[in-house]
Design a protein around this ligand. Structure first.
Ligand SMILES: Cc1cc2nc3c(=O)[nH]c(=O)nc-3n(C[C@H](O)[C@H](O)[C@H](O)COP(=O)(O)O)c2cc1C
Length: 358
């Protein structure tokens, strides 16, 4: 029996197998509310031991794309309850991905009282899809003032408590792919001169502050975090491999001290193995690997102890019965021309336009 399909247990995380469904934005949440279509989408994919939901906004200014779900209102909590019930009934666990897109946003994708925000007021180059006007250049973000950061932390805490009320097993902080937290980490995007800008510790502070605050509210074992070191998504300009390695060494050891459940590495082929080895070495808890895996390479990752769990995105998207197909060697459907190349710049918007598969 492949390790992939055997039960998993580490710390308090117990799963029926080693397979994780990666978070994928679907842009189907009309009015930012989880709906019946999402209930059936997630319950069809409960072959996975752990499902991580599509990126979900902790507050309205974090929505970024059209039709992204939120977790800041009571009706959103009620909608998500139907999803978590359906997933639990089929024996899987489910974490909610908290995604704040920061400057990867357009004014017309946000409610009228909200504006795109960022570490600094530097606009990302590239375009984003809007329901009202099609493709548009990203909006210029408003730099978060210190009092806005306090509010942001409160919003993440409230959203995490809401997630637990909605029945989620935990929350995953989306600190990858060029969204708000990576905008703080990257010195080319974060030009602040306060305690959230400058040194590696300062640029990492927002993530550490938020994770600590959420851990106090819901418990560290209910938190995961997603990193994508050296990702270029969202117009992230490179800032040097050695500084990147120092940044993730620092962050991973902070996460280790707080005692969160897992670090989820969203890899791309440009990322040197060294970065992963560093993270694996300083973080004692669960590591999830994702991107470009197939049944054989995923099994190898597990057998070599490079990661504790493996995640699949597009495989689950195109094949609701993905795990069954892997078990029985049934050929997989792929997304055809709709395959998303996640490593190219300004490809984020493609996620939101994908409505083809079910
Ligand atoms: C349609 C689509 C939407 C995605 N949305 C998200 C998202 O909301 N949050 C996230 O962290 N990653 C997102 N991703 C990235 C996936 O989680 C995953 O890293 C990527 O698909 C590569 O894994 P794969 O090779 O197994 O597909 C998305 C990917 C796709 C294809």
């Amino acid at each position: 029996m492949k390790k992939l399909f055997t039960p998993f247990e580490k710390g308090t995380l117990k799963l029926k197998n080693h397979l994780v469904m990666a978070p994928m934005t679907r842009s189907r949440a009309i009015g930012n509310l989880p709906n019946e279509m999402m209930v059936s989408y997630y319950s069809q994919r409960t072959g996975a031991g752990l499902i991580i939901t599509e990126g979900t906004a902790p507050s309205p200014e974090g929505l970024g794309y059209p039709r992204v779900p939120g977790i800041y209102s009571q009706s959103q909590v009620e909608g998500w309850k139907l999803v978590t019930d359906a997933v639990h009934k089929n024996g899987s666990k489910i974490f909610l991905q908290l995604m704040h897109t920061g400057r990867i946003s357009h004014l017309s994708n946000l409610p009228s009282e909200s504006k795109p925000v960022g570490a600094s007021d530097i606009r990302a180059s590239g375009e984003i899809f809007t329901d009202d006007h099609g493709m548009q250049p990203y909006s210029v973000p408003e730099a978060l003032a210190l009092e806005d950061i306090t509010k942001l932390i409160e919003n993440f805490v409230r959203a995490s408590k809401n997630a637990i009320r909605a029945g989620f097993d935990g929350v995953e902080i989306h600190a990858a792919s060029g969204y708000l937290f990576e905008q703080f980490l990257n010195p080319n995007v974060n030009t602040r001169d306060d305690q959230y800008g400058g040194s590696i510790i300062n640029r990492s502070r927002l993530i550490v502050d938020i994770v600590k605050a959420i851990a106090d509210a819901i418990g560290p074992e209910k938190i995961g975090i997603r990193f994508s070191p050296l990702s270029r998504m969202g117009d992230q300009k490179p800032y040097g491999e050695s500084e990147v390695n120092q940044t993730y060494t620092y962050l991973s050891s902070e996460m280790n001290q707080i005692g969160i459940a897992y670090i989820h590495l969203s890899t791309n082929p440009d990322i040197p193995e060294k970065t992963y080895r560093i993270i694996r070495a300083v973080f004692d808890h669960t590591i999830i690997y994702c991107n470009g895996l197939n049944a054989d390479s995923a099994e190898k990752v597990l057998q070599n102890n490079e990661a504790d769990l493996v995640a699949f995105g597009r495989g689950f998207l195109a094949n609701p019965d993905f795990v069954n197909r892997l078990k029985k060697n049934i050929p997989l459907d792929d997304l055809g021309d709709n395959i998303i190349c996640i490593s190219k710049e300004s490809d984020n918007s493609k996620y939101s336009r994908d409505n083809k598969t079910e």
